[in-house]
Design a protein around this ligand. Structure first.
Ligand SMILES: NC(=O)c1ccc[n+]([C@@H]2O[C@H](COP(=O)([O-])OP(=O)(O)OC[C@H]3O[C@@H](n4cnc5c(N)ncnc54)[C@H](OP(=O)(O)O)[C@@H]3O)[C@@H](O)[C@H]2O)c1
Length: 268
């Protein structure tokens, strides 16, 4: 099999905007707001039912499409050969062009694992994705996928925040040259509350959300928080005044509360 020429993981903007569970005008407004506040990375998925809203918001933003990094994901119900092709074509149409990154939203069943990866690579070769990756893959699954795809997997999007120890996924991803993206980076608000985080926020005089996001970003992990209403803090996170936020690896009061907040946990 010939090697795919893929962009490096470094070309993914570290801070992006999530869009689940927003649909319709709510999604349109949130994406326009994120782009207006300077974010250039939007995360969507077939499952969210909002790709058309994301595409419309991007088109109406007036920004060159080349400046925006768009991620979408193939729904677990669309992994069969025929549905994969037809639904990716629909995603491309609704988004107004190929996504910068096309992910498999959820690990395929064992018997289908390599066939699904082949379908993903075929879409890349057709030009329906500028890069390909996975989501919710364990370290073992990342290894198998990267081997099968000969290094073409550039990203694994997993639940990642200070209430969850994902160090095994991060270590495997670094070894394999795969960028990790953090979904539910604020643990849907729960990561903002523990005392160690509020203490750091108080000391720095910044909101807990900035502390949590900076802690994720400074590990080289991409973060895609979703907000309908709040500023995205980009100036403070993008080389801004926060400095390095360190607590290593997780203070025990936080590790003791380990919980999943995303759709379902990433298996080890
Ligand atoms: N690959 C996957 O399987 C998967 C699974 C889940 C999610 N995702 C993606 O990851 C994105 C983010 O994850 P998520 O939406 O689950 O969780 P999240 O981003 O951790 O949390 C979103 C919640 O935090 C609140 N929030 C945002 N900024 C805040 C701030 N500065 N201060 C206080 N609260 C704040 C939001 O409320 P307001 O709207 O009021 O600001 C919203 O209720 C999703 O939108 C989706 O794109 C992917």
């Amino acid at each position: 099999m010939t090697k795919l020429s893929m962009p490096t993981a470094k070309s993914i903007p570290l801070l992006g905007a999530g869009t689940y569970p927003l649909v319709g005008e709510d999604c349109y407004r949130a994406v326009r707001m994120a782009l207006g506040q300077g974010l250039r990375h939007i995360d969507t998925a077939q499952m969210y039912g909002n790709e058309r809203d994301v595409g419309r918001a991007i088109a109406d933003s007036g920004l060159p499409r080349s400046e925006i990094f768009v991620v979408t994901k193939v729904d677990p119900g669309n992994l069969s050969a025929s549905r994969f092709v037809s639904t990716v074509a629909r995603s491309v149409d609704e988004l107004g062009g190929p996504p910068d990154l096309l992910l498999i939203h959820w690990p395929p069943a064992e018997g289908e694992f390599t066939a699904v990866l082949d379908r993903l690579m075929a879409e890349y070769r057709k030009g329906n994705a500028r890069a390909i990756g996975v989501s919710n893959f364990s370290p073992a699954m990342m290894r198998s996928a990267q081997k099968h795809c000969e290094g073409a997997i550039v990203n694994n999007q997993v639940e990642f925040h200070p209430l969850l120890d994902q160090s095994a996924i991060l270590a495997a991803a670094r070894e394999l040259g795969i960028a990790v993206s953090a979904y539910s980076p604020l643990a849907r608000g729960a990561a903002l509350k523990p005392q160690p985080i509020s203490a750091i926020a108080h000391r720095l005089g910044r909101p807990p959300s900035e502390v949590v996001l900076r802690w994720i970003l400074q590990q080289g992990v991409v973060a895609i928080p979703m907000t309908t209403a709040r500023p995205h803090h980009q100036p403070h996170l993008d080389g801004g005044p926060l400095g390095t936020v360190s607590w290593r690896p997780f203070p025990s009061p936080i590790a003791g509360r380990e919980r999943h907040y995303g759709r379902t946990p990433s298996s080890p």
